[in-house]
Design a protein around this ligand. Structure first.
Ligand SMILES: [Zn+2]
Length: 217
C-alpha cells in the first residue's frame, strides 16, 4: 500500500465514526497547565468562565513548591474558587507509559541515545487508551461532559499544550463533540517554551486531525 492509499484509509476510518450528540450545556474545553502560581491559574480560569477542572495527572502529590504539588491544597483552592475538581484517571497516561518514556527519552543524558520515536510512541499508546475507553461515549467522563458545565478545563502539569497528553484528549473532545470549541490557555496568552529535549511528533494522528511535527531541516 502506498502512502496515498494509507492517507485515504485513515480519512475513511475517521468518517466511519458515528456522530455524537451535542452536549446540552458544554461550549468550550480549555487546555491549561497547572504549573504556575495559584493566583495566576485561578485568575485565568475565572476569566474564561471555567466551572470544572478535570485533573488528568497520574501523580498529584510530589516534591516541589506550589499549590499543584499537593492534591489537598489543589482541592481546597478549587473549593475557595467555586470550582468543581475531579481527578479523571480515565484520561491519565499509565505509569508504564510514563516509565517507558522516561527510560527511552526524558532521563537519557546523551542525545544520540534517545529514542527519537519515544514521544510519538507515548502519544500512540495514549491514543490506544482513548480509543478503547471511549470516554466521549460512556462512563464518568461522558457523564461529566454531558452534564451542567459550560466550560471545562483539562489540566496537567506540562507547560506546553503540545508537550502533553492533554493535547490528544482536548482535541478529541472539540473534534467530536458538536458545538464545543477548544481553547488553549497560557498566562498572558503567551505560548511557553517547548520542553527540552524537544518532543517531536514524527507521525500524523488522523483521528484527531493532528499532523506530525518533525524537526525542521
Ligand atoms: Zn502533561
Amino acid at each position: 500500500m502506498d502512502e496515498k492509499q494509507l492517507d485515504l484509509l485513515s480519512i475513511k476510518q475517521v468518517q466511519m465514526i458515528p456522530k455524537l450528540e451535542k452536549p446540552p450545556h458544554l461550549r468550550a474545553i480549555c487546555s491549561i497547565s497547572c504549573s504556575m502560581p495559584a493566583r495566576l491559574f485561578f485568575g485565568i480560569l475565572k476569566k474564561n468562565q471555567v466551572t470544572m477542572i478535570m485533573d488528568t495527572r497520574r501523580t498529584r502529590d510530589y516534591r516541589g513548591r506550589g499549590f499543584f504539588t499537593s492534591e489537598d491544597d489543589f482541592r481546597y483552592l478549587c473549593k475557595c474558587h467555586d470550582l468543581v475538581y475531579k481527578v479523571v484517571r480515565e484520561l491519565s497516561p499509565t505509569r508504564e507509559m510514563r516509565a517507558t518514556f522516561a527510560d527511552e527519552f526524558k532521563f537519557v543524558k546523551k542525545a544520540k541515545d534517545r529514542d527519537p520515536m519515544a514521544w510519538t510512541n507515548f502519544l500512540r499508546s495514549y491514543e490506544d487508551i482513548l480509543r478503547s475507553e471511549r470516554p466521549l461515549r460512556q462512563g464518568r467522563v461522558h457523564d461529566l461532559l454531558y452534564g451542567e458545565h459550560r466550560v471545562i478545563a483539562i489540566i496537567c502539569a506540562c507547560q506546553h499544550h503540545e508537550d502533553c497528553h492533554r493535547m490528544l484528549a482536548t482535541t478529541m473532545m472539540a473534534r467530536y463533540l458538536p458545538g464545543v470549541e477548544l481553547k488553549i490557555l497560557y498566562p498572558e496568552d503567551k505560548e511557553p517554551r517547548r520542553s527540552y529535549p524537544r518532543r517531536y511528533r514524527l507521525e500524523d494522528f488522523p483521528h484527531f486531525g493532528i499532523q506530525a511535527d518533525p524537526p525542521r531541516r
